[in-house]
Structure formats: C-alpha cells, structure tokens
Write a protein that binds this ligand. Sequence first.
Ligand code: NOJ
Length: 552
Amino acid sequence: MTLEQIAAPGSEWWRSAVIYQIYPRSFADASGDGIGDLPGITSRLDSLKELGVDAIWLSPFMTSPQRDAGYDVADYRDVDPLFGTLADFDEMLGQAHARGIRVIVDLVPNHSSDQHAWFQEALKAAPGSPERARYVFRDGKGPNGDLPPNNWESVFGGGMWERVTEADGTPGQWYLHIFDATQPDFDWTNEEVREEFRSILRFWLDRGVDGFRVDVAHGMVKEAGLPDYAPVADADSMGGGEENVPYWGQNGVHDIYRDWHEVMAEYDGDRALCGEAWLPTLKQTALWVRPDEMHQTFNFPYLMTPWDAAQLRSVIRESLDEFGRVGAPSTWVLSNHDVVRHASRLALTADNPQGEGIGPKSPGKPDAVIGLSRARAATALMLSLPGSAYLYQGEELGLPEAMEIPDEFRQDPTWFRTNGERYGRDGCRVPLPWTAAGQSFGFNDTGDSWLPQPDEWARFARDVEERDADSTLNLYKQLIVLRREHNLGSGSLVWEDAGDDTVAFRRGDIHVVANLGTEPVELGDGVTFLVQSEPFTGTALPPNTAAWFTKA
Ligand code: NOJ
C-alpha cells in the first residue's frame, strides 16, 4: 500500500471532533474541599452535553503529590483521593458515554513524581543498578562530581539536574528533570519503562477510555551523550522555539508511538492518541501523526499566532498542507491550562512567552473588551475549520486570565523556580463560575477555592450566560450546532479575498470572514448570516469580529 492509501481520511470520530479540556481541580467540586473532583465532573456533564462537545479530555487525576498540579504522577493506575476513587472514574466515564461524550485521559510518560515507587527504589539503590536505570541518573562533573552532568535548564527555571544523597550519606549522582525537581525523567531507552507504559495504556483502555492526551510527547527521548545545550534567551520554554534541541523532538520518540499505535489498535472504537508536542515547525509536528503513529497532535503554532491576518492565513494554510500531506486532520486550539487564556492573550500589548503568565505587576495588560471580541471572533474562525478543535474549560464563558492573584496563593512551580520572575500558569487555572450567586460561584457549596476567583466573574457565570442570547456561551453553542449541521469538521476549504486584514474562505456554501483590522469590512449584497461573533446590523463586518454567512 502507498502512503496515500494508508493515509486516506476515514470517518474516525477524532478527525472532526470538538474536544473539551477539563482541568479537574478547577471544574466542579462535589466534596467542597476547594479542589474540583470526578463526582463534580459527573454532576455537570449535562452542561457539556448542552454545549454540544463530542469528547472531553481530563488533565491528570491520578495519584500525585500535586507538585505540578497532577503532572507528577506517583501511581498511574489509581485516582488521587483529592479527585475521588477509581469507582468515581468509572461512574464518570459511564455517564459521559451514556450522553454520547467520549473520554480522553492524560498520560504523563516523560517523567513520574519523585514519590513514585520506582523513583523511591532508585534513590535507595546503588549507582548503576537496574532501579536507577529506569530514570536518567549520571555522575556529576568536576573532581568530586559536584557539578551537574551538563548545562541544561529546566522548563520551570533553574537547572535540569538534582543531586541525590547516596544510602551511605555521601553526596551522590544527579538525576535529570526537564520540569520540577520532583518530576524525574524516565529513561525511555529502557525496555522495562516501555513495557510498563504499554501496561498502563491497557489499564485505562480496558476501563473504556477513548484515547490519551500524551504529555510532553516531544521530550521523552534525549540525544545520546546528553550534550551541553543553552537555549537562546527567549526560546519558548516548553520547546518549539528552536531547532535541534537535544531534549526535544528526537527521532527516537517515533518508535514509541508506533508501538503505542499497535496497542491502541488492539481495541475497538477508534481510540486515539493526541500528542502534546511543542515543536518549531508544522512540518516537524506532522511527523508525530504519520499514519502509524499518533492520531492527532496539538497545533501549537496556530495557538501561538498573534492577532494578525497575514500570519493567521499562513498558519492555517501551512497546517492544512503539512497535516494533509501525512493524511492526518489538523487540530486547532486557542487555550489550555499552560497558556494565557485567549480572551486576554489576543489583546496583549507586551510580549508574553508561553507559560510566562500575567500578574499584578506585568506590563502591557490586555484590554478586556478588545480581548473578548477577538477571542469570540477567533473561536468563530476556529470552529469553521476542517479538523478537530480543542476547547479549554471556561473559554465558552469568555473567561479572561485571572491577572490579580495575590502572590501568596500562587502554586505553579514556575513561580517558585524563577523566584517570582515569571508568574506562570495559575491565572488560566482558576475554578469556574457556574452561578452568579452562592459560594464560590457554584464551584462548590462551601466557598473554598484553591485559587481565588475574581469578584467580577459573577458576570461570566454559566447561569447568567445561559439567559443572555448574546453571551459567549450561546455563541459557542450556536457555532458547535452549525458546525455539526454543515459538517464543517471535515472536507476542504477554498480561500477567498476580503482584504489584507481579513481571513476569508468558503466551506461549501458557507463563507467565513474574520476582520483583524481596524476598519469595518463590507461583505457585499445578498448576505444571509448564520452566525456573527458579535451582534451587528448591516453587512459591514466590524473590526475584531467574524461571521459565517451564505450569499445569494
Ligand atoms: C505539559 C503540561 O501541559 C504542563 O501543565 C506540565 O507542567 C508539563 N507538561 C509537565 O508535565
């Protein structure tokens, strides 16, 4: 079979799905301890059904000391008591499936928690032992091994190596951690690690999950010899800013995904792998979704594109070309739990690298009105594109970044490892407002919230927006219904010219135009609107607005 034949687009659900990211600790809190949980998610599934999403992706809820909000897993086969039990998970999964909503879980294979049994065994074992060989332990440099094995810098700030004390009390080897020191990296050249993760995949697949979002999918294999490497000053911290980085995008990762592809294929129901791969080019990103590898990968170049028509046209064109070349759908995403919410990010006036965050002292705070208009227009554009779209909880309410979180509440390790230089990601992780009245806006009924909710969030509460025909929530519902009705998740796109400051194309009979300029754009005669990202009368599309329409 030729590559073209293997890659011929099928009808698998993930090719065109709208997938909603749930950040469990901030979605809904049934226990009332201030941290969201699985029963909370189950209790709110009807609102996701009403929103119209095809699937949910849950950020990690597995056993974890929560040093990186669950991306530090101590037991991959159990639920952290903070979030409930395995029985709560099964209940949530069953209830989601009963509503026709698929469930994707987060898998964190690059590193474990330092509390994982394997790492604890490694600490007690001797250098060179099989227990140490599951992680990346090395002797230090210098006469007494006092210096780290190389000069790599952690994504969260500081060095990428931590020194251990050996069983006899002497200063010992160093271990590698791309992220926090409590997140030691596995050694993926070790077959035991590979076998363990095949088994973890099967554990969740047997429970009925529809797929995995694979954390740090571009970081699991490091260049042999671990050569020194210093990033350029403002390189994108999760990767993606530079080429040839010895810990990002190494060829060896592809063997792992080919192997996992086969594990997924053992199961029925088009189960899918979606890679979190921050890479410098779309050409490189497409390598993650060749026909025998992952099914999807996040389109981070699209997420990172500023509010600029030429750049947006170019990234859409390139995404469709590059993913199309390997027979994969493009994904589209504007927000997640690692970046400034797009209702704020799209109006930023100062540079804000990925993960930097916005806090009380940040320069160039975004204008809230412009930000929200742009966010609504950006989403209207995104949901008209062929491929699958990822939404992040709260964006359907138009939530902005929480920018005034007092220092004492901050929890992102980035904040601590950079001594407060980078605010980090807490601002996009604040618990959701469900009701304008009541404790913690209906997040729970005790009023506790692991991050403080801004007072003005009452106006973004779901119950308020449900009653307002022009709310962001109703816009999202309308877009998702129309997208499904007109089958916009699949098929092709024909570019149109509506001026330099616009992104304009046709999807079958439906014209889509977004105005990124500062002047209205006349759409001409015979226009019948299907949806406007912001209500307007007449046929002149205002700045920071998008519309779907047909033409007589
Ligand atoms: C990417 C996740 O999205 C992020 O939240 C986490 O901190 C790092 N990977 C480390 O697991």
